[in-house]
Design a protein around this ligand. Sequence first.
Ligand SMILES: NC(=O)CC[C@H](N)C(=O)O
Length: 450
Amino acid sequence: MSAAAEAVTDALRELHTRFAGLRDGQLADYIPQLALAEPDAFRLALISMDGHRYSTGDADVPFTMQSVSKPFVYALALSVLGLDEVGRWVNAEPSGEAFNAISLEPATGRPDNAMVNAGAIVTTALIPDTPDAPGFDRILDCLSRFAGRQLDVDEQVYASEAVTGDRNRALAYLIRSAGPLPVDPVAAMETYFRQCALRVTTLDLAAMAATLAHGGVNPLTGVEVVPEPVAAQVLAVMATCGMYDASGDWLLRVGLPAKSGVSGGLIASGPARFGLATYSPLLDPTGTSVRGRAAFGALSERLGLHLMHNPALAGSTVTLVTTADDLPSAQAGPWERARRERVAVVAAQGALDFTAAERVLYALDEARPQETGAAVLDLRQVTDIDPVARAVLQSGLGRLVEGGVRTAVADPAGHLVLLPGAGEQDERTALRPFDSREEAVAWCASGLAD
Ligand SMILES: NC(=O)CC[C@H](N)C(=O)O
């Protein structure tokens, strides 16, 4: 790793040092194998949207996923069946109850959400066997693609939970008796226990969290694991329900979609930013890693990761030049004319989304193009434009043209190539794309009324 990027690992190391001494909490012992975990183990990993990996502690040592598997199986169910169909069987409301609560909605028999055990059992049951693959193989394949490598089952942990998992079995029978879902409790529990016993490393979990943050595309492999809308739906349910009866407090203090598991694994996703994972098996009463919670809280605060913080710094993607005054004065002819007439020139830079497009259009209006009858939008420094920003800009520029403004776009990369009606307008007010700002300004100025 380069020296500069070591700074990110340093930040993780610092958190590790700061919280390694925390000895609060208990090992989960209702699954006997989990009580054998090393209480001092503490690992942290972060994976960026470019697939850069950072970690500290033994981030390559495996442990079982437990409930951290739930959002990924939910993602699979959503991509196979769609939100409406999945929503018929499992709701998306925070339950305010413990992960293993024996509780279903009275009116419908649905579990509250897919993050508590009852909901996760339903989600698992929604992935049926197909002629090609048993339900569990489909889950294994999907979760392996989230991780970017082939995962396997810890047979000892699986067997340990299968022996002691009566409460979950009871839930499966309750679900079958309370609602119309044709759950086979025995088969569903077999698959659910195996999914909980899937073996991952801390770096695997960070890759899985990063894939959700990256719109469903694994940033390490480039593979689209689930469609982008599904990734957003899963993050939404993680944000509201992922930490069970501590979800509200978590969103308030840490401010990231997250999911914990009783082995001590914990993930958090910063949408379009990174995937985070930690492993440390001492748990608080809600079943969340004590060190993991402390580390993610501190990291969020220190790096300003809370989702509700003011997201983009104003001006970071848009530069605004309001008149042709800034054009090089040596240029004669149409340039001189453009300067004299104060033709509006607005320049944007960086990646344009809806927010940036709104600023651009507002700046165009502020430059009062109706008074001069001409406007130039300079997109030469724009690196990317999303479909929403393109549509909003096209419609805004269309309005200017309709209002009689001669409008030119310096757009050598063709960000707005689909300009509606370009060339169909009358020559004086047409909307025209140009390769350079000079040509765009000259064309605008040459058409100004005398
Ligand atoms: N919160 C958890 O991690 C629970 C998972 C565990 N396998 C159970 O069903 O009890």
